[in-house]
Each structure stands twice: as structure tokens, then as C-alpha cells.
Design a protein around this ligand. Structure first.
Ligand code: NDP
Ligand code: HSE
Length: 429
């Protein structure tokens, strides 16, 4: 065992950072044995230096994160501040001053992963971010390393704990949206600005990261189709139940059947109650990976929260420290396939459309004609009416998003269609 400790700078000591520090302290002997050298917490950068932080030596606390990463004796920087700046500059400064980096920052990795990997390579250092996607669940390393010899065709799952917590509460207890969001925030699941969660920016960032690694292709945040879950209503849940489904916010990354392009999207979707994802409760996440040789793999576990996320950070810390002792670096970015990312219009799936229509003869035929004219085949229709008005629920067979979009546009123009109450994709069948 090497006696000279590896020095770690912790940037951020909030929900995740405080747990990273706690585990580093309480498991110090085990970590040293696993790494082959002791690991020392050399500094902790925060915004509010006077805040009481249990288990943290106040002498280590600083507000000057830049000076900390420039010290020159730091082996690994753990970035758990979040957001784009100052995190990005701190990470590139850390590489330039000889440190490897572990980060949980999906927003930054999704936006600037390529440049950060390039900076890590330039300085011969590691950039690891297992905690950036799906909290405690090992997903980045299995995709990047365990499946490096296989061909991944599809990644589908629940990758945001906060929204799963809210949707689960709305479905199972009838809780209101705001009440459930407040609880998820109090439990430390939500982002600093929970808009990132509920409008699915967080899930989109994770989808971009997953698609990039799975398909060996750069997938930018802008390439990911994104729809949040703020519009999901109790009526949608009731409608889903009637179909034997529930509603989840899904991230879906797919390789086209001809292998020549990929798509990435996040949106609420109905999934059958019999599907394993339907039973993912609270802030848990679950991700299916489908690959050519392995078939279907499922990864499941806590998707958010201080301690689960710290587990993933610590796993990276051990890996990066081992690399440092061995004078090596782990796998960097792999984007050699450079596949084009197709627009959402090319995605093919099923749809659940809820329409408010006039309850009179011929309306159903009119509606069915519009679907037929756009090449969208209807699977089932359910109608309930009262006082001259009716609610029509149409479930389609598989059709392209472009065809469905054209259908809905034409439906809105019919005099007999009072409104399109909701459109939801149906997945997992
Ligand atoms: P918190 O808001 O709880 O903590 C952020 C920390 O960063 C705080 O300690 C804060 O200081 C510090 N900080 C903020 N700005 C600065 C700055 N300019 N200089 C130095 N320190 C700064 O966030 P989380 O711990 O929840 O999240 C951290 C990262 O981990 C984010 O990227 C998030 O997306 C990611 N993540 C979070 C998960 C979760 O469940 N919470 C799960 C997976 C990933 P102070 O304490 O003084 O305010
Ligand atoms: N806010 C994120 C979530 C944290 O709820 O999933 C974990 O990445």
C-alpha cells in the first residue's frame, strides 16, 4: 500500500457533496485498501462558508474553488456544484493543473461533454460521471465498458427520480402535482431549479449522454426531443387506467432499423401495467438496454438522493484513483460512429388521442377519415357522450410522429372537433 495519500478536492457540499464527504470519512480504511493508497479530503469549496457542515473540518472549507483546483497537489477533483458555470471552468482548470475529475453534472456533460473529454485527453487525465445518469444505478460503466463488444440498439427507461416520484404519487395516492413536487424537493431529489426536472431538461441531458455512449455518436442536448410532465392530469391517469396502463416520463434512445441513424426523446408516455417500468415507484429509476448479442438488460435502483448518488461518485473516485496509481487513464469519449440524429417526426410509435367532439351522426366517420388520410391506422375508439357533446379516445397502431402531427392538425380544423384534450404516446408493448 502506498502511504502518500491521494488528495481530493470536493467542489460543492450540498445534498450529494455532503454524502460524498461522509462516506470518504467513514469508509476511509476500506477505500484505502481498495485503491491501494489512502484518500485525503484536501479541501471543500462551497458558496456559504459559515454554514455548519457536520463531519467537515472547517479548516478545509473555502469559497475560492478556483484556488483549490489550481493548488497542484490535488489528484482528483469531485465536482458536485451543478450547472454550467463555474463548474465547466473549474473542471478544465483542474485538468490543466494535473487533476482527474469525477462529476455528477449531467447538464454540463450533456452540453459540453465532448470539449471536456478533449481537455481530459489533452492533459492525460480522467473524466468520469457515473452519477450523472440515474443516481446510484451503474449504467455509464456497463454501457461504456461491459457492452463495449456488443451493439446497443435501444435504451429505454425512467431516468428522473423527481418526476417519477410526482407521477407515482399522482397515480397511487391522487396527490396534487405541487404537493408531490414539494415533497421530492424536501427529500433532496429535485435540481436546484426543479423546472429542469418537470420540464424534462434533466432527463433530456441524461438521454443525450446515454445515446452518445450507447451509439458511439455525439448526441447534443438539442438533438433530444423533449416534453415535460406538467401537463399530465388526473384525467390522463384515469384514461390510462381504462387501457390497463399508467403514465411515466420516459427517455428513449433508438438506433433506426437500418442502423444508419439514431433518435433520442423524452416525454410522458402510457405504458401497460404489466410492463416492469410501470412498477418503478417513488424516486427509483429503471433502464432497459437492448443489444444485439446480450438481448434485453434491465438496470434498476435509486435514481436520486444524496447517499445513492454519492455511491456512484465514490465508485468513480475509486476507479480514477486506481488509474492514477497505475499511471493509466480509463476509457474516454467514443464517438467514432458519428451517426446522424433523426428528427422526432421519424419516430414510429403508438398514440392515445383524447378529443372533445360534437355528439351527432357522422362525426366518428369524419374523424376516422382524417386518420386514414394521414396513413394512421386506428386500433381502438372509445366514446362517451352527454348533452350533445362527446369525448372520443382514439388509440392508434404504430405511426410516425410526423403522420400523427399532420392528423392532429387536420382534426383541429374540423368543425365537429371542439378540442384535442390530450395526446400521449403509448410505449412498452
Ligand atoms: P445542492 O444544491 O444540494 O449542492 C450544491 C453545492 O454546491 C452546495 O454545497 C453549494 O454551496 C455549492 N456551490 C454552489 N455554487 C458554488 C460555487 N460557485 N462555488 C462553490 N460551491 C458552490 O446540489 P446537489 O448536491 O443536489 O447536486 C449537485 C450535483 O449533483 C448537480 O450537478 C446535480 O444535478 C447532481 N446530481 C444530484 C442528484 C440529487 O439527487 N440531488 C442526483 C444525481 C446528480 P452551499 O452549500 O454553500 O450552498
Ligand atoms: N433531479 C434529478 C432527479 C437528480 O430527480 O432524477 C438525479 O439525477
Amino acid at each position: 500500500m502506498r502511504t502518500r495519500p491521494l488528495k481530493v478536492a470536493l467542489l460543492g457540499c450540498g445534498v450529494v457533496g455532503s454524502e460524498v464527504a461522509r462516506i470518504m470519512t467513514t469508509h476511509a480504511a476500506d477505500l484505502a485498501a481498495r485503491i491501494g493508497a489512502p484518500v485525503e479530503l484536501a479541501g471543500v469549496a462551497v458558496r456559504r462558508p459559515d454554514k455548519v457542515r457536520e463531519g467537515i473540518d472547517p479548516a478545509l472549507v473555502t469559497t475560492d474553488a478556483t484556488a483549490l483546483v489550481k493548488r497542484g497537489d490535488i489528484d482528483v477533483v469531485v465536482e458536485v456544484i451543478g450547472g454550467i458555470e463555474p463548474a465547466r471552468t473549474l473542471i478544465t482548470t483542474a485538468f490543466a493543473h494535473g487533476a482527474s475529475v469525477v462529476s455528477a453534472n449531467k447538464a454540463l456533460i450533456a452540453q459540453d461533454g465532448a470539449a471536456l473529454h478533449a481537455a481530459a485527453d489533452e492533459h492525460g487525465r480522467d473524466l468520469y460521471y457515473e452519477a450523472a445518469v440515474a443516481g446510484a444505478i451503474p449504467l455509464i460503466r456497463p454501457l461504456r465498458e461491459s457492452l463495449a463488444g456488443d451493439k446497443v440498439n435501444r435504451v429505454l427507461g425512467i431516468v428522473n427520480g423527481t418526476t417519477n416520484f410526482i407521477l407515482d404519487a399522482m397515480d397511487s395516492t391522487g396527490a396534487g402535482y405541487q404537493e408531490a413536487l414539494d415533497e421530492a424537493t424536501a427529500l433532496g431529489y429535485a435540481e436546484a431549479d426543479p423546472t429542469a426536472d418537470v420540464e424534462a431538461f434533466d432527463a433530456a441531458a441524461k438521454a443525450a449522454i446515454l445515446a452518445g455512449i450507447a451509439f458511439h455518436t455525439r448526441v447534443r442536448l438539442d438533438d433530444v426531443y423533449r416534453e415535460g410532465m406538467t401537463e399530465v392530469t388526473a384525467a390522463d391517469f384515469a384514461s390510462a387506467k381504462e387501457m390497463g396502463c399508467t403514465i411515466k416520463l420516459l427517455a428513449i434512445c433508438e438506433r433506426a432499423a437500418d442502423g444508419g441513424s439514431v433518435t433520442a426523446r423524452v416525454h410522458p408516455a402510457m405504458i401497460p401495467l404489466s410492463h416492469p417500468l410501470a412498477n418503478v415507484r417513488e424516486a427509483y429509476n429503471a433502464v432497459f438496454v437492448e443489444s444485439e448479442a446480450a438481448g434485453q438488460l434491465m438496470f434498476y435502483g435509486p435514481g436520486a438522493g444524496g447517499s445513492p448518488t454519492a455511491s456512484a461518485v465514490l465508485g468513480d473516485l475509486v476507479a480514477v484513483c486506481r488509474n492514477r496509481i497505475g499511471g493509466a487513464t480509463g476509457p474516454g469519449e467514443s464517438a467514432y460512429a458519428a451517426l446522424p440524429v433523426s428528427p422526432m417526426g421519424d419516430v414510429v410509435t403508438r398514440y392515445h388521442i383524447s378529443l372533445d367532439v360534437a355528439d351527432k351522426p357522422g362525426v366518428l366517420a369524419q374523424v376516422a377519415t382524417v386518420f386514414a388520410e394521414h396513413g394512421v391506422s386506428i386500433d381502438t375508439v372509445r366514446q362517451s357522450g352527454k348533452d350533445g357533446e362527446a369525448s372520443l379516445v382514439v388509440v392508434t397502431h404504430r405511426a410516425s410522429d410526423a403522420a400523427l402531427g399532420g392528423t392532429v392538425e387536420a382534426l383541429r380544423k374540423l368543425d365537429t372537433v371542439r378540442g384535442v384534450a390530450s395526446i400521449m404516446r403509448v410505449e412498452g408493448e
